[in-house]
Unconditional design. Structure first.
Length: 130
């Protein structure tokens, strides 16, 4: 059932929109205290968001039965788009979103998450098409 759902870009598009919305919320609207007082929670969230972005888009492309040679290029483009999006959102937070700040560590986590998802997808998915 999940594979059938992921054949359509709706899930990946919704995930992409979710990232934009969550990272563009004003800082005053973000929950704090209690469960949300977990150390480095924002880094865990960034890992899930950007790893999910790369993984969902790669898996969607894989399900489209694209040849392995084209899939390799496409996966790399998805990795680049996720990475660029993560970097751009940090600058947007710094310059345009109230009560949000620029954090280099978030950029590093976004890049690591995209890299790990790219690596897993490249190894697991492309090898099955070759």
């Amino acid at each position: 059932m999940v594979q059938r759902l992921l054949k359509f870009p709706v899930v990946a598009i919704a995930w992409t929109i979710l990232i934009q919305v969550l990272l563009c919320l004003p800082g005053s609207t973000l929950p704090s205290g209690g469960v949300f007082d977990f150390p480095q929670l924002d880094k865990i969230i960034h890992t899930i968001l950007f790893g999910g972005f790369t993984g969902l888009w790669c898996y969607y492309c894989y399900l489209r039965r694209i040849p392995a040679s084209s899939l390799k290029v496409l996966f790399f483009v998805i990795f680049l788009l996720g990475s660029i999006n993560g970097i751009a959102l940090e600058f947007i937070q710094r310059d345009y979103i109230p009560n949000r700040s620029f954090d280099q560590a978030d950029i590093i986590i976004d890049l690591i998450a995209c890299s790990i998802a790219y690596g897993i997808c490249s190894i697991r998915l492309i090898r099955t098409t070759e």
